[in-house]
Design a binder for this molecule. Structure first.
Ligand code: ADP
Ligand code: DP6
Ligand code: CO
Length: 330
């Protein structure tokens, strides 16, 4: 990669991935990437993306380097075009990014990836956006990325406006307020075969469950807000499992079917049930992929990680606390 030149405009940002407790799946506007349902997530300290954006005059096209390898820049270019339009910066950019976890595998690399890109690109272009504007910009790249702008527990609103300006995320609880812990059980390092954007498009078009999914989303959000306000971990866990299984039911009823689980995912679900039967308060959730995230309290994280690490097919476990919001790096 080239060295920065004199007229380069450059900035670097870090953002953390997140795991949805109440899931987003489906869009009410695909072009503006406006979600059909609201969602609530936990920002994960252990999973992060660092991204440097350099606008460089003379460059013929945007370049996207992911963990040192040149990758398809289409999605990054789409977000960079929005930044160029609003800033007047005309040049193409070099985007150099690193995820410290598997990409496109169901660990929300699009969330940390587009949150970091939104923060770095807008700063490099000299825009001074507030948190809400940054969240909307990140959402244009990937819906879940709107939430990774913030730390702790975060809600993304579906909104009602056609222009999407009321579809942004806001923090619900800062990370220090409630020491929730997430044990990530990675069962597959490779990329999923149907990415989230294509998958949710398929569900909206073909699943008879999709209208019910959209209709009942508001109730799930309200119940989760209450559980959080009451610091009721068992209620939070139960609702998270419910939203997860409801989502995977919707996915399985899509044609062609979206079956993101493998045998280890199913075995890990049962390991969580067994831990719970033995008296440990632990609940699971799973995004669009075969990875299981176990929600627990810090005093049980070691036991939960040991149990999940022994499940056949689990390749790696990571213990994560709640992370902070996206930030510029020096
Ligand atoms: P995931 O479960 O990892 O979020 P998705 O299918 O939602 O999977 O999104 C994967 C896509 O996100 C990748 O194909 C790529 O386009 C984009 N992406 C992943 N990591 C980054 C990154 N660091 N910077 C920009 N875009 C990224
Ligand atoms: C199952 O945010 O990756 O993880 O907006 O098309 O980029 P796009 O989708 P994405 O979808 C995330 C789906 C999910 C649930 C969630 O994170 O809320
Ligand atoms: Co994603």
């Amino acid at each position: 990669m080239d060295q920065p030149l004199g007229n380069d405009r450059t900035a670097t940002a870090r953002a953390h991935s997140n795991i949805a407790l109440i899931k987003y799946w489906g869009k009410r506007d695909a072009a503006l990437n406006i979600p059909a349902v609201g969602s609530i997530s936990l920002t994960l300290d252990a999973l992060s993306t660092d991204t440097r954006v350099t606008f460089r005059s003379g460059l013929e096209q945007d370049e996207f380097w992911l963990v040192g390898t040149r990758a398809d820049a289409t999605r990054a270019s789409h977000l960079l075009d929005i930044v160029r339009d609003s800033s007047g910066v005309g040049s193409r950019a070099v985007v150099e990014s690193t995820n410290n976890f598997p990409t496109a595998a169901g660990l929300a690399s699009s969330a940390s990836g587009f949150a970091a890109l939104a923060v770095a690109a807008s700063a490099a272009a000299g825009l001074s956006l507030d948190d809400r504007e940054l969240s909307i910009l990140a959402r244009r790249g990937s819906g879940s990325a709107a939430r990774s702008l913030f730390g702790g527990i975060v809600e993304l609103y579906a909104g009602t406006r056609d222009d999407g300006l009321d579809s942004f995320a806001e923090p619900v609880l800062p990370p220090e307020t409630w020491p929730l812990t997430v044990v990530v059980a990675i069962t597959e390092l490779g990329q999923k075969s149907v990415n989230s954007t294509a998958g949710m498009g398929g569900s909206a078009l073909t699943s008879p469950f999709y209208p019910a999914w959209v209709d009942t989303g508001k109730d799930d959000l309200a119940a989760m807000r209450l559980a959080i306000a009451n610091r009721d971990f068992e209620q939070l866990g139960e609702l998270a499992e419910y939203s997860c299984l409801k989502l995977h039911g919707l996915m399985m009823s899509t044609r062609p079917a979206l079956l993101y689980w493998n045998a280890a995912t199913m075995a890990a679900i049962h390991a969580v049930y067994e831990l719970r039967a033995s008296g440990i308060p632990v609940y699971f959730t799973i995004d669009a992929g075969p990875q299981l995230k176990a929600l627990c309290l810090p005093e049980h994280a070691g036991t939960v990680a040991d149990a999940l690490g022994q499940v056949a097919g689990v390749q790696e476990t990571r213990i994560s606390t709640l992370g902070h919001g996206a930030q510029l790096l020096p």
